[in-house]
Design a protein around this ligand. Structure first.
Ligand SMILES: [Zn+2]
Length: 338
């Protein structure tokens, strides 16, 4: 491991844009397939599935994983493996999207079907806290292009769980932005806020800046991707003045073809403009990304110095939904990391 890699490993950092389903590796997929399929898929087959070259291939891989994440034990296994990989990279806190919208749409429309799954996730979370010194928060994610009443169920479930489990910290919206913006969710976001949930939103990944304005207008606090903000100087100013945290995912954007290369990603320009940027891995098993390698690529492809990497790590704490007292403690440890 090079000097810079071990520095990145030692730097305490948070991952804020990570989909549990997207952390399932080919090996874990084979293990899940053995549990559920009459003719389980082999490791070479699973690996081939992950070697997609376009967005459709990505969707097929995502579906193959989702179809085999069925029982509470499956979710517990996936979350535990995810936690182990995060801890190996020096991640001390992660806020993880769980695609509850997919569960309701593809598997079971009963809102309470998520409760036993959530119990499995919580077992993994508590184990990670004790054995790995890693804290996890959950963000329940809906799919924007599925029927509105399904999103309503996801957000309602989030509010219900949040009341008894502070680990359910917020809600999010993923899915196809080109088919559905943010406006239809205005009232649902207002209710989620009233329930004490934090509001995230995927915006401007495959859509123009207008989609980001729209996401902000319904109260989204933290934005996923925000790739197209670079095309709108007024929006850049607005994001800076408001200090809106951005969950950037450079490697993901390269792999899905919305950005030509890591070097061309607006990360550096956002950072220099004073935006509150964080880097994240999104769906690491699918994109061959990992939080530590995003930091390394920021160094090799965009010339981020050690101090600038330290600033990115500090941003990940500032942009997190951790309590202020915990933030202060991590921020001082980041200052001391060498
Ligand atoms: Zn995402």
């Amino acid at each position: 491991m090079s000097d810079i890699e071990s520095f990145i490993r030692r730097l305490p950092k948070a991952e804020l844009h990570l989909h549990l389903e997207g952390t399932v590796t080919p090996a874990t997929l084979v293990e899940l397939s053995r549990r559920h399929d009459a003719a389980p898929i082999t490791l070479p087959e699973a690996e081939a599935l992950y070697h997609f070259t376009d967005f459709n291939g990505f969707l097929l891989a995502f579906k193959a994983v989702s179809e085999r994440l069925l029982t509470p034990a499956d979710y517990e296994l996936a979350a535990w493996r995810m936690a182990q990989r995060l801890a190996e990279q020096g991640v001390m806190h992660a806020e993880v999207y769980i695609s509850v919208g997919v569960i309701y749409h593809w598997r079971n429309p009963d809102p309470d079907c998520f409760d036993p799954i959530f119990a499995g996730l919580e077992r993994a979370r508590l184990r990670a806290e004790i054995e790995l010194n890693l804290t996890l928060y959950w963000i329940l994610d809906a799919v924007r292009h599925f029927p509105l009443d399904e999103t309503e169920k996801v957000f309602h479930k989030a509010a219900q769980l949040h009341a008894s489990h502070p680990s359910v910290v917020g809600i999010g919206l993923g899915g196809d932005e080109r088919r559905c913006g943010s406006e239809p969710f205005r009232a649902m976001y207002a209710r989620a806020k009233e329930a004490g949930l934090r509001l995230t939103n995927h915006a401007g990944e495959t859509t123009p800046p207008q989609a980001i304005w729209e996401a902000l207008s319904i109260g989204s606090e933290r934005l996923g991707h925000a790739l197209s903000a670079i095309d709108d100087p007024q929006l850049m100013d607005h994001l800076k003045v408001r200090g809106t945290p951005l969950e950037l995912n450079p490697t993901s954007n390269v792999r899905t073809g919305v950005c030509p290369s890591f070097a061309a990603h607006p990360l550096r320009r956002y950072f220099e403009a004073g935006l509150l940027v964080t880097i994240n891995s999104d769906d690491p098993a699918f994109f061959g990304s990992a939080l530590a390698s995003e930091y390394l690529l920021a160094h090799t492809e965009q010339g981020f110095s050690r101090d600038e990497l330290r600033e990115l790590a500090a941003n990940s704490i500032r942009a997190s939904f951790l309590p202020d007292v915990t933030k202060r403690s991590w921020l001082s440890q980041i200052t001391e990391a060498h």
